[in-house]
Design a protein around this ligand. Structure first.
Ligand SMILES: Nc1nc2c(ncn2[C@@H]2O[C@H](COP(=O)(O)OP(=O)(O)OP(=O)(O)O)[C@@H](O)[C@H]2O)c(=O)[nH]1
Ligand SMILES: [Mg+2]
Length: 393
């Protein structure tokens, strides 16, 4: 077992313990005709009847009554909060705080330098606004924070702790509405989640982590190796299949990505899978041909099942800073992004970008990643994040 697997034993031990076999399928390319044609011919067999969920329902949703009251029961991507041991939750928060410390320590040092033993004036406020902008928090949020700090306080002082408190409150206010759970609708067999993003952001790793979490909820999970550019990408997904027990649908390198997605959806529907996670090759948002290829994947899925993909998740790398904003704009327009995952929040000085993206786009943030291991992806918690940003590491 890999070092990562060893580390994850316990929390994810049941999944990683090798109890489940790791089926995988390599479909010969010849079996598949052009997906646009195949898609057009396919019957729209989407199961619209709502099925009662008999598997594990998120305990937190059940307890706080926030689960859907209609017949559709939505289940969370993440472990139920009740099932996450306190020690894991505490460990997560301290790792998130450490991960964001490069972002937060700059802000915190700035706060101490600017606001200690000093009367408030326009220059101090401008300097603080610059600091917030350098941390990628965005103009809108930075202005809200400086407005609140300066209100009625000119020629008086403000304690650094009060500045930190205002910062945390305003960041939380932006993030609270977008901190949402990735839910699967049991009426969708399968619930199709397409993962998109630029090169190396963590799409494949995130698929692996999500597959593990869904499998832990006893969901039947399929993953499709829609990154047909590199053999290593297909192999990487197969490794995650072995770890999680998810079925991996893969084809030869160079196959049509839309074809893989189409075949996987067809099979997942025939075999009544709960979740289908589709990997895609990384692509820069300004590469026209590659963005057209992605549009084709979305289109072909929609021809087979008009409601698919049910989610198009853009995976963003927290270390990229401002370019992530443009990635959201373009992928949203071209691929219909419905939500975000931000990875690599361990060790970035640019974690504030999630705040400015959220303020502008208001897209759900389903999860954040703070490491490469299977348990290093967790649902996004606005208060935790705000407090980690404002804490100073
Ligand atoms: N530190 C850290 N590394 C991560 C995180 N998520 C993914 N990675 C690492 O980032 C690298 C790229 O991850 P992949 O999952 O291969 O990224 P991808 O988006 O599939 O890449 P392409 O398919 O090449 O576009 C790998 O080494 C991952 O282990 C994270 O949250 N933190
Ligand atoms: Mg990949």
């Amino acid at each position: 077992m890999s070092q990562q697997g060893q580390k994850s034993r316990g929390f994810f031990g049941r999944i990683l313990g090798g109890e489940k076999s790791a089926p995988e399928e390599n479909l010969p390319s010849a079996q598949y005709s052009d997906p646009e044609i195949a898609g057009a011919e396919a019957e729209a067999t989407h199961e619209s009847e709502v099925v009662e969920e008999t598997g594990a329902v998120d305990a937190r949703e059940s307890l706080d009554g926030s689960a859907s009251t209609s017949r559709t029961v939505l289940t969370n991507m993440g472990a139920s909060d009740a099932a996450v041991p306190e020690v894991v939750k505490a460990g997560w928060f301290s790792r998130l705080t450490t991960g964001l410390s490069k972002t937060s320590s700059k802000i915190s040092e700035g706060i101490t330098g600017l606001f200690t033993r000093k009367k408030l004036d326009a220059g101090t406020i401008d300097d603080f606004e610059d600091l917030l902008l350098q941390a990628d928090l965005g103009v809108e949020t930075a202005t809200k924070i400086t407005d609140r700090i300066s209100k009625g306080r000119f020629d008086k002082g403000i304690a650094p702790e009060d500045v930190q408190k205002i910062l945390a409150e305003e960041v939380e206010a932006v993030l609270a509405p977008v901190a949402q759970r990735l839910v699967t609708d049991p009426g969708n067999k399968p619930h199709v989640i397409l993962m998109v993003g630029v090169n190396g952001t963590g799409k494949t790793t995130t698929i692996g982590k999500l597959a593990a979490q869904f499998a832990r909820q006893n969901k039947k999970v399929m993953v499709a190796a829609g990154d047909t550019f590199r053999a290593a990408a297909i192999d990487q997904l197969k490794v995650w299949g072995e770890r999680t027990g998810a079925v991996v649908i893969a084809r030869d390198v160079g196959s049509d990505a839309a074809g893989v997605a189409f075949d996987a959806l067809k099979q997942a529907q025939a075999e009544q899978y709960d979740v289908l996670l589709i990997d895609t090759a990384g692509r820069l948002q300004n590469k026209q041909v590659l963005m057209e290829e992605l549009e084709k994947v979305v289109r072909v899925l929609g021809k087979f099942d008009s409601s698919a993909p049910h989610e198009c998740v853009l995976v963003l790398d927290a270390t990229t800073g401002q370019n992530a904003m443009q990635q959201v704009e373009v992928f949203r327009e071209r691929a219909g992004v419905t939500g975000l995952v931000m990875t690599k929040l361990d060790g970035t000085a640019r974690g504030g970008i999630l705040v400015s993206i959220s303020a502008r786009h208001k897209l759900p943030v389903y999860a954040i990643g703070i490491g490469e291991g299977v348990d290093d992806l967790q649902p996004f918690d606005a208060r935790e994040f705000a407090s980690a940003i404002a804490s100073g590491g």
